[in-house]
Design a protein around this ligand. Structure first.
Ligand SMILES: [Zn+2]
Length: 402
């Protein structure tokens, strides 16, 4: 089969950066060979690109169905206000099904253009189904479940089961039931979800300081959220532990037997205390991924996660997400890692790219096809421009070239 060859100033294979390496692909885009140290002839016959080539990016956390809410919710007001505004705006009748679908379609196209090849997409509806039936991206659908009152747990869980079944029936991607967040899911509902035995779960975690305050003391602005929504308080209020320590055991306590353990993607982690990271890594490490969505964190809480601590205890489990256009101006993994590099200048490019490719592919269970230039995979080839001395610049752009 006729193959194509690419080279660039630097090539990242999923783990390391190799100057002037060569990637060979077959006509369908499958990797035939990765040559870290090509000879002159191999280099000359390859098509050259100025910049860095890497496998397609993995966006581990997104809500494509909220794409119509771009620039609708004010910045910097904190999570409680953000959630209240989101719930109010989300159901505004000015947003017709057509407007929503167009926004989802555009988001899907823009992610492809920015070099993203796979997405962990939170779904509460079937709004994005028509797009998912014709997309070139790989999606894992996380069917989100929430409900603070213990009494509605069974009903909410059954609704999620029905939605997950509809996703599986009408789209070719996996769909697993997932809790929204510790503060919005009752203990009973957590138990239902955990007993479902899903292989992959995602959960918003410690996105605001108010979440831990509620669990530790039963005080703080979370009370305002429950009041404004007219719902009963979360019963774990004042339980004396952080939210993460309260909920993680639900997913792992039954796994002492021959059950295959579930894997859990914790999203945001903006206010996760160092002691919680160390505890979770020691207890559950192989099964926990830490997803960072820095631009959404700056949009909502104007705060970034404790990256140094995460790198110390879980560097090979850090992954990247964009969150939704309700809390971000782009759905670009490159823009997220540029943001991280800007705020944490000590991080090496190799780490950022690994989080954005190989780690993400493992987190979404698609590493057999995506995430590295390994022969037999079809990971996509992305060109990242304007890299100076192994650092991204503000002008760096990403673009799919194969
Ligand atoms: Zn989210």
């Amino acid at each position: 089969m006729k193959s194509r060859a690419f080279t660039a100033d630097a090539v990242f294979d999923g783990w390391h950066i190799w100057p002037h390496a060569v990637i060979m692909l077959d006509e369908q885009g499958y990797v035939v060979k990765f040559i870290p140290h090509p000879d002159d002839r191999q280099r000359r016959t390859a098509e050259y690109f100025a910049g860095l080539l890497c496998p397609g990016f993995i966006n581990v956390h997104c809500h494509t169905e909220l794409s119509y809410l771009k620039e609708r919710i004010p910045r910097g007001t904190g999570l409680v206000n953000f959630v209240l505004q989101l719930m109010e705006t989300r159901h505004d009748p000015i947003f017709s099904p057509d407007i929503k679908l167009q926004a989802i379609s555009l988001a899907d196209q823009q992610m492809q253009q920015a070099g993203i090849v796979a997405v962990g997409d939170i779904v509460n509806t079937l709004d994005s189904l028509p797009v998912k039936q014709s997309t070139n991206l790989y999606y894992h659908h996380f069917v989100e479940c929430m409900g603070v009152s213990e009494e509605i747990a069974k009903q909410r869980f059954e609704q999620a089961q029905q939605l997950a079944a509809a996703w599986k029936a009408h789209a070719s991607f996996p769909a697993t039931i997932t809790p929204h967040a510790p503060y919005s899911v009752s203990d009973t509902l957590f138990r239902y979800i955990a007993l479902q035995g899903e292989s992959l779960i995602s959960m918003h975690n410690q996105e605001t300081a108010a979440e831990n305050e509620w669990f530790l003391t039963g005080q703080g602005s979370m009370r305002r959220l429950y009041d404004a929504l007219g719902i009963s308080f979360h019963q774990a209020a004042g339980c004396g532990t952080t939210s993460l320590r309260h909920v993680l055991p639900f997913f792992f306590e039954k796994n002492t037997s021959a059950h295959k353990p579930c894997q859990l993607i914790l999203v945001h982690n903006t206010f996760t205390p160092a002691a919680d990271i160390q505890w979770a890594a020691a207890q559950f490490q192989p099964d926990i991924y830490w997803c960072l969505c820095p631009k959404a964190n700056l949009y909502i809480e104007q705060q970034l996660p404790p990256l140094k601590t995460l790198m110390t205890f879980a560097d090979d489990r850090i992954v990247i997400g964009t969150d939704s256009l309700a809390s971000n101006d782009t759905l670009s993994v490159l823009e997220e890692i540029k943001c991280l590099q800007q705020h944490f200048p000590f991080i090496r490019l190799e780490h950022l790219l690994r989080w954005a490719t190989w780690n993400g592919a493992r987190a979404l269970h698609c590493e057999n096809q995506l995430g590295s230039f390994t022969p037999g995979k079809k990971p996509g080839v992305v060109l990242v421009s304007s890299i100076h001395q192994q650092r991204l610049s503000s002008e760096s752009r990403s673009q799919r070239i194969a």
